[in-house]
Structures are given as C-alpha cells and as structure tokens.
Design a protein. Structure first.
Length: 163
C-alpha cells in the first residue's frame, strides 16, 4: 500500500496520523484515570530522541542519541497528554526526569499485556529497520513482555518512500 507516483492523496501520512491518534487516546484515558493503568496493561514506547519537539535531560540524550524505549507501568508520574504529544515523569538510575515526546517522534507503541503493538516510520528513517532496544527506565525486575512474538497483533505502517 503506497501513495504511488501519481497519487495526489498522502495516504501514508493520513494513516500514520490516525494510528498515532490511537496512542494519544490510550494515554489520554490513562491520564483521565489519574495515571492509573487498568488491569495488567503497561506500555513500551519507543521514540526518536533527536526528533523535533522531544525534550529529555542531556544525560539521556547523550546515552540515547538516536532512539530510546520507555516503560509506563508502575513508576511514572505527571502524565500529561496534548493533541501533539505527551509528557511524563520517569526515574532513570533513581534520578527523576521529565520527558516530553511528540506523537510524531514515536516509532513503536506496545502493550504486551494484550499482545498489541503499533510500529511507525518517522521522516528520514525509511531505510532503517532496527530492532527495538530494551527499555532503560527503572522498572521492576521480571516484567518482560509476554505473549507471542509472531506479530499477529502488530500493525506495521511502512510505506515505500520515493527516491
């Protein structure tokens, strides 16, 4: 599924925007519930650290110059969601930090509790297809993702780019 050389409708952009709205809606529901995740739900969110609008502490930017994955499960606070993105407080090596992430910077969103995931292409990374890095924020031991690795519930949005 591609825009094709003659398409005047940017289908890939429209679909990516709609799927990123799913992430915003889910995070907005968590925010509305006072930051409480329902049941066993928890989220792995991967994003480009150098994308426009991303604000993370310099020590994290130095450690993750391209991409990082965070976990929203037990130890997060001050989740705030806007139409453009979200901010959240997390602890890294017992150092509290606030991260600001636009939805356009997100490359993956996974809820392993229900085997659900979305993958996105950000502008400029169409040639990259790297594996996701392990989450680096402080989280309880033994909370590895469960479920099948066959990707049966993962929606990948990877439209061909014009060269």
């Amino acid at each position: 599924m591609s825009d094709g050389p003659d398409s005047l409708i940017p289908y890939d952009e429209i679909v990516q925007e709609a799927l990123r709205a799913v992430v915003g809606r889910v995070l907005g529901q968590v925010e509305s519930a006072g930051g409480m995740l329902p049941g066993a739900h928890h989220f792995y969110i991967t994003f480009k650290t150098g994308a426009p609008g991303v604000a993370i502490p310099p020590r994290l930017k130095e450690r993750f110059p391209d991409e990082m994955t965070i976990v929203l499960q037990n130890k997060f606070w001050d989740l705030k969601v806007t139409p453009e993105g979200f901010s959240v407080g997390l602890s890294f090596n017992q150092i509290p930090s606030t991260l600001v992430v636009p939805f356009s910077a997100i490359t993956a969103f996974v809820d392993p509790a229900v085997d659900f995931g979305l993958q996105f292409q950000t502008s400029g990374d169409a040639e990259e297809d790297e594996a996701l890095h392990d989450a680096e924020n402080d989280s309880p031991e033994g909370n590895e993702p469960t479920g099948s690795d066959d990707g049966s519930n993962v929606v990948t949005v990877d439209f061909g780019r014009k060269k």
